[in-house]
Write a protein that binds this ligand. Structure first.
Ligand code: GL4
Length: 836
């Protein structure tokens, strides 16, 4: 029964309906009220943490008013909605974003001043919402910002992990992982204890034939875990739309604990059941681009898919439309293969619960889903063992087998001469044990498949999905090059630059249409503009230098060239290439006379990033960087000519401080391995240049900014296979500079050489899979060019300004509009400010 107040009693509601604060005084009143009541504190014990909490609660109230209004108006309009299913949303902090997106930051700053607090101090109290690993999770967060800003009716669905990505500490040069329990105080979520879904696991399938002769399957005797919804409001920038991110939390289906067991004295057993249920949403798996096939991970995936689909179907059913309308009301985007179980789950709902015929149901499923592939790395392609799925999800396994059977029959009919194609494209890999290939299931169950940058989208068509292009034709496969939200990555991270741009472009419209940046090109020769632009970069470097001093105790000169590589630690991203280059630079400096040393371009090499806890090689690279840092920074001969810094615990809020401070950033993956990269876009948008390989979005960045404004180097992706082949047959010569670097490491210049032998040997003896040696010379040559180019500060400045002006393409708004048009077929819904 819909609970609704009868017309006669609505007057009081309208009169007292919650209002957003509009003035500084109203804001202060809200903050003080929350501090004194919600938080039970007072002006006698209000610290910065309490000021943050009060401010956050004031904004939370504001967002929820807009959220309610948005949901109500979207429900009335009943448009097609987008559901973005992602196991990761790397949101970072919410307060600054909420203040900027609602346009209330200035008012809040003034208000906080009245109450005795500084805005920066208050903002920095917030912990990051770190429900993601790296680029894939951050992309999902940028997409939510764009979806709301562009007024698309869209929901994100994910898990409410109790522990997000671990906190990284560096102890004696080694990474140590600390749990990230982030829910202590989280004002941004709304528990919806009334929105729950019971999710089943295990059990068996009973089949019978009903009176009409129809085969019925019943999945029964399973174990039930309850999903509870927690909602986080997502405000758009400069719009009334506030969308929803729904996070599911798991709990035992019978509530707190089992009273029957409890009363009969089995205390431990009753509590154990409860804990086992809660474990499902307890922790984010900390691997980026790596799948490890753990049962709990599969449970997470199904739990989240089942709860989300139940919710989506429930919403659809309220409209009482026919099932064939489902794909006209619902678009579901699969962020990588992690939510692929949603495909057999929707098929199961339609045939087992709603009584549709297989073919009708399957046609609905295919029209509903779109699948985004984010990597071609083989170790990241998800496969689940058949026995595991059989055990955990017996009905889904049957459905997967039926999907596969229909598909293979289709292939056989259409390609009768290509018998060996059948085993290649089968969803089931005939290994021991058999495995379910999730990417194939995702391709078969979706109407569109996209990669995330042009090169990557081409590569998936010629490698992992080659046969599927033949089967379905090329139109099923498309490209949507990634983007970033300019709200967080320019306006919030670099307020001075944003303000300078606004002053020239006549306001902040460019934040909603980033292509307007092109108008900045006419200021490239404007003396005042150039000076201001350069001063902003310098100030951002000073800010980072100050942080480095506080965090690492290292003094760096802000006039040095800041060279930054911050991202997840991974062999394919080649932080090892960077640090070997740093060692080479160090050796060259040592060779020089003190006079010559004074002539070189001083440089600060800055690293940051987490390694997956089980990724030993990545951890070794972190250790090497820290050892090199120790040696170089304390070498009296070197001074300011070279400093090496490893920044601990790289995360979204740190990225906001680091990104605007680069002169050069490194995006140096082995060609063909980085699907897109997104920090490359952030750095250029903030007036830094790139050293990079011809990989991922670097290629499109080059197309936009021009070849003269980027430092590309290294082998091309089409040559990678050949080069690997040569290594395999020992048919290669180690570059002499790299040889010398290795010799220095082996001699113990950076501590016990044994620690680094596997790293060195992977290149010298074990095939150099990531082609570090092949690209080393070209990398060093390009770094030389950079040193030279940086000496001409005027030309450098021209390059950076020109590049910023040409970055309009890389807004995630452009990306979302492409998805909306090519894949989802959805339209924006304009939300009105006042309730009608
Ligand atoms: C990634 C890619 O590695 C990265 O290049 C891309 O930018 C990102 C978003 O599309 O997705 N894929 C995986 S897996 N992790 C990523 O960060």
């Amino acid at each position: 029964i819909e609970a609704s107040i009868p017309e006669g009693q609505r007057a009081a509601w309208r009169k007292y309906s919650a209002q957003e604060f509009k003035t500084k005084d109203e804001f202060d009143a809200e903050v003080v009220k929350h501090i004194e009541t919600t938080l039970a504190r007072s002006l006698f014990n209000c610290d910065e943490a309490a000021a943050y909490a009060g401010t956050a609660l004031a904004f939370r109230d504001r967002l929820i008013i807009e959220w309610n209004r948005t949901q109500q108006q979207q429900t009335n309009a009943d448009p097609k909605r987008v559901y973005y299913l992602s196991l990761e949303f790397l949101m970072g902090r919410a307060l600054d974003n909420a203040m900027l997106n609602t346009g209330m930051k200035d008012i809040a700053s003034e208000g906080l001043k009245d109450l005795g607090f500084r805005m920066e101090d208050v903002i920095s109290q917030e912990r990051d919402a770190a429900l993601g690993n790296g680029g894939l999770g951050r992309l999902a967060a940028c997409f939510l910002d764009s979806l709301a800003t562009l007024n698309y009716p869209a929901w994100g669905y994910a898990l409410r992990y109790r522990y997000g990505i671990f906190k990284q500490e560096i102890i004696d040069g080694y990474q140590v992982e600390i749990p990230d329990y982030w829910l202590d105080f989280n004002p941004w979520e709304f528990p919806r204890h009334d929105v729950t879904v019971d999710v089943q696991f295990y059990g068996n399938v009973r089949k019978y034939t009903d009176d009409s002769g129809k085969q019925i399957s019943v999945w029964e005797n399973g174990e039930i875990v309850t999903a509870v919804a927690y909602d986080a409001p997502i405000p758009g920038y400069g719009t009334k739309t506030t969308n929803n991110l729904r996070l599911w939390s798991s709990k035992a289906s019978h509530g707190e604990f089992d009273f029957t067991k409890f009363n009969s004295g089995e205390y431990e057993a009753s509590v154990a059941d409860q804990q086992r249920a809660e474990t499902i949403s307890a922790v984010l798996y900390p691997n980026d681009s790596l799948e490890r096939g753990k049962e709990l991970r599969l449970k997470q995936q199904y739990f989240w898919c089942a709860a989300s689909l139940f919710d989506i179907v429930r919403r659809f059913k309220k409209s009482k439309k026919a099932w064939k309308e489902f794909p006209n009301q619902v678009a579901i985007q699969l962020n990588d293969t992690h939510p692929t179980l949603a495909i057999p789950e929707l098929q199961r709902i339609l045939i087992d619960q709603e009584g549709l015929e297989w073919d009708e149901a399957w046609s609905i499923v295919q029209k509903t889903f779109g699948y985004t592939n984010h990597t071609v790395l083989p170790e990241a392609l998800e496969k689940w063992s058949v026995p595991l799925i059989q055990h955990l999800l017996p009905r889904h396994l049957q459905i997967i087998y039926d999907i596969n059977l229909n598909f293979l029959q289709y292939v056989e009919r259409n390609f009768p001469k290509e018998r060996d194609m059948l085993s290649r494209v089968s969803i089931i890999e005939e290994s021991q044990p058999k495995m379910v290939r999730m990417a194939y299931l995702a391709v078969i169950g979706s109407h569109k498949v996209n990669g995330v940058a042009e090169l990557h989208s081409d590569l998936i068509k010629t490698t992992i999905f080659k046969d599927f292009v033949k089967i379905y034709g090329p139109d099923k496969f498309t490209n949507v090059t990634n983007g970033i939200t300019p709200r967080r990555w320019l306006h919030q991270a670099n307020p001075r630059l944003s303000e300078l741009i606004a002053s020239k472009l006549g306001g902040y419209d460019f934040l909603r249409d980033l292509t307007q940046l092109h108008k900045l090109e006419s200021y490239v020769d404007d003396k005042e503009f150039r000076k201001e632009f350069q001063e902003i970069k310098y100030a951002n470097k000073v800010r980072l230098a100050k942080y480095i001093k506080e965090a690492n105790g290292i003094s760096v000169n802000p006039s040095s060239l800041f060279d930054i590589q911050v991202k997840r630690m991974h062999e394919y991203k080649r932080q090892q290439l960077n640090i070997f280059g740093v060692i080479h630079r160090y050796l060259e400096l040592k060779d020089m006379s003190p006079e010559d040393r004074k002539k070189v371009q001083p440089r600060v090499s800055i690293f940051g990033g987490k390694a997956a806890p089980g990724y030993w090689m990545a951890k070794t690279v972190i250790h090497l960087i820290n050892q090199v840092s120790k040696v170089v920074n304390s070498d009296k001969d070197i001074g300011d000519a070279l400093k090496v810094v490893f920044l601990e615990d790289y995360n979204v809020s740190k990225a906001e401080m680091i990104t605007p401070a680069s002169d050069i950033s490194e995006h140096i993956s082995t060609a063909g391995t980085e699907a897109s990269g997104t920090s490359n876009m952030k750095f250029v948008l903030n007036g830094g240049l790139i050293i990079g390989t011809c990989d991922g979005a670097n290629i499109e960045i080059t197309r936009e900014v021009g070849e003269d404004n980027i430092f590309l180097f290294g082998n091309l992706s089409e040559d990678v296979e050949d080069l690997r082949h040569h290594h395999f047959y020992g048919d290669f010569q180690l570059d002499p500079s790299l040889d010398r670097v290795f010799k220095t490491i082996r001699e113990g210049a950076f501590g016990d050489a044994g620690q680094f032998s596997a790293l060195v040997n992977s290149i010298v003896d074990h095939g150099d899979y990531y082609l570090v040696s092949d690209d080393f010379k070209s990398y060093l040559d390009t770094q030389k060019l950079i040193d030279e180019a940086y000496k001409n500060q005027e030309e450098w400045l021209t390059k950076t300004i020109t590049s910023v002006a040409r970055m309009g393409f890389f807004s995630s708004d452009r990306c979302i509009d492409e998805y909306a048009e090519m894949i989802w077929n959805v339209e924006p819904v304009k939300v009105q400010g006042q309730e009608s």
